[in-house]
Design a protein around this ligand. Sequence first.
Ligand code: ADP
Length: 311
Amino acid sequence: MMIVTVTMNPSIDIAYPLADFKLDTVNRCEAARKTAGGKGLNVSRILHQLDEPLRATGLLGGALGEFIKRNLAEAGIAYTFSEIAQETRNCIAILHNGEQTEILESGPTVSEAELVNFHHILKDLLKEATVLAISGSLPKGAPTDFYNQLLDMAHDKHIPVVLDTSGASLLAAVQHAHQPYLIKPNAEEVASLLGISEITNLTELKNSLQSELLREIPVIVVSLGSDGALVKAGEKIYKVDIPKIEVKNPVGSGDSTVAGLVSGIYHKQPLTDYVKKAMVLGMLNAQEATTGYVNLANYDNFYRQIKVSEV
Ligand code: ADP
């Protein structure tokens, strides 16, 4: 049995570190980095580092799709993707003077037939799945409630779904009859779900989690960056406090957190244990320059310092 991760709109993440970024002229980059990206693939990379059995799926197209497959194969990550006609996207991050300017392509448009083909592939993979992790945005051409179709497939097989997405597709999923087992929004995404402009403190966040819309979702983990997380499990709400750490690059920390949650559910760990695991992995990712990489040598030290208390 294994974990299946879904990335419907993957990317090749290109990082251009520059000493200085000049507009309207030529910038030369000596050390460009290109890796298989997209939130679900970051989750896959962390799960693989934890030695969890997993298979990555989603949609890939063109030469850039081939690049992603090669990149995953080199990392030793198993995959079965559905092929699409249009080319997989590039996402570019220009790193300059401690700042990050991003250019995110919206990516390919997929056809109905391609989505049907993906259904067949996922249906097959779910025969051997214990947990389904769905991350990131949908490609153009997929209906807003596309993830609901995946929730139905998982429900038929009694497979819990961890869903990390935002906007209209997250709203559709929380309103769906077959809801995800766990969602991991940040505070901004909770506000957007509830149609409020901003959540400014923990009391407001706690009240938001108790809203009718989110009532039936078994577990909600709201990650709060350096402030840890607020977690709703059934009727209970927990604050998770984490130690102060030095941070290099927090991009992908949310995906590392998701990997911890998925791993904990896969191993049927108690909630408070897997929430701690998730926090540690988010922190470890934030300490690395590379997105989706963690140095597990510091795992136990951080784990011991995390406090989960009911609020
Ligand atoms: P997202 O990227 O989805 O918004 P967060 O920024 O909340 O996610 O990060 C997820 C987790 O990673 C946090 O709950 C925390 O455990 C860890 N983390 C992220 N940023 C920091 C930071 N600056 N200091 C310490 N831990 C962090």
